[in-house]
Design a binder for this molecule. Structure first.
Ligand code: ZN
Length: 376
């Protein structure tokens, strides 16, 4: 019995690790999701692990940011009401069922019902490119134009606007039901939500990622819009993930002040920390990428025995942290660093002995204590 319980826990841990991975992959990408929008889920047997409401995707961690639910309770309710018009009575009942189905956590996303009937791995996003189309009056025409093949293959579906929650979930259930067999045969399914966003679901987590990237590329090509600078966050993070910094994300900064300062700088002169917060948030030095990204990151890690918090590549600047909110804190501190640098003629950087002292000084470390969970 004890052994069985242990195995269950291990299985759950693997699942949650997958949920974290998917959530971080998409959560760092401004081109795919903004603020605390969207959600991610994984289903196994009769349970669903789903991001909790109020968290941003990149904040999902092993120990927080998600809820666990009885998925069968959700699908039973959905199938029972699928032929009814969703009125306030059904809406109220849906909140009750959602609450009643919770095994762990307290605030599952309102889109939980929509996830309940889909494949094992599901991600809901608000991508820039697909939403440029989805809010257009001609969205249906454009959609049919871009995806004629995928539509006939039962890979992508156009879902009319419905209020997020049970009304949207009912619309999705009814829309997909006639294509059930086809959807089961395909590796993934994508739902284009009018005036809202995208849902992608797959039996395989790698396929989920590929499928989203593939679909988004088609929207971007159609619009002739270039979102490379946001996608580069994935490139930075992938190198770090391979170095076992699994829980980090990268964030692309579009702060004008910061970018203007950088343009006029001799970058080699901004390398040293000027105060304790500069060291704490931005690390001992920013990484200025010259040549191949991977090689640069690896030699940084070798030199400083930690990952770079600030990555400058050409005209672009990225911040690396456990989640997007933390990355924005680094952005603040690094901007202040550039102010100090810009308005002072001569600088007095922290000396190596000060840096060493701070690095091993617990009161300083404790200010970021929950960051240290992510260090190797
Ligand atoms: Zn949404």
């Amino acid at each position: 019995m004890a052994f069985k319980k242990q195995r269950m826990v291990k299985q759950d841990k693997d699942l949650i690790e997958d949920l974290v991975k998917i959530s971080k992959y998409f959560g760092q990408r401004f081109d795919l999701i903004q603020a605390a929008g969207g959600n991610s889920s994984i289903k196994i047997n009769k349970r669903m692990f789903i991001k909790s409401s109020g968290y941003s995707l990149s904040e999902v961690e092993l120990k927080n940011g998600y809820s666990v639910l009885r998925n069968d309770k959700l699908t039973n309710f959905l199938y029972k009401i699928k032929n009814y018009i969703v009125n306030s009575r059904i809406e109220k009942k849906s909140f009750h069922i959602l609450k009643d189905s919770i095994i762990k956590g307290d605030n599952p996303s309102i889109e939980t019902f929509s996830h309940s009937i889909l494949k094992k791995f599901t991600i809901h996003l608000h991508p820039i490119a697909s939403n440029i189309i989805s809010v257009n009056r001609e969205s249906k025409i454009f959609f049919n134009q871009i995806f004629s093949k995928e539509i006939s293959d039962g890979i992508i579906f156009y879902i009319k606007y419905r209020t997020p929650g049970i009304a949207l979930a009912t619309e999705i259930t009814n829309h997909l039901l006639p294509y059930d067999e086809k959807i089961k045969m395909n590796k993934s399914v994508v739902l284009f939500l009018e005036n809202h966003g995208l849902i992608c679901s797959s039996d395989d987590k790698k396929e989920l990622i590929k499928s989203v990237e593939r679909i988004m590329k088609k929207f971007e090509n159609f619009l002739n819009i270039d979102l490379k600078r946001y996608k580069f966050t994935t490139k930075i993070s992938k190198v770090l993930w391979e170095q076992n910094y699994k829980n980090l994300v990268s964030y692309y900064s579009e702060d004008l002040i910061l970018n203007n300062f950088l343009k006029s700088k001799n970058l080699d002169k901004i390398l040293k920390p000027l105060n304790p917060d500069g060291l704490l948030y931005c690390g001992e030095s920013p990484l200025i990428v010259r040549g191949p990204l991977e090689k640069n990151i690896l030699s940084y890690i070798k030199k400083f025995h930690t990952y770079p918090r600030v990555v400058i590549t050409g005209k672009n600047i990225y911040f690396v942290a456990p989640n997007v909110l933390k990355a924005r804190e680094i952005e603040d501190v690094f901007k202040s660093h550039l102010y100090f640098d810009h308005y002072g003629q001569t600088k007095r950087p922290l000396l190596k002995k000060h840096i060493n002292k701070l690095d091993s000084y617990n009161p300083q470390k404790n200010r970021l204590r929950f960051w240290f969970d992510y260090d190797k």
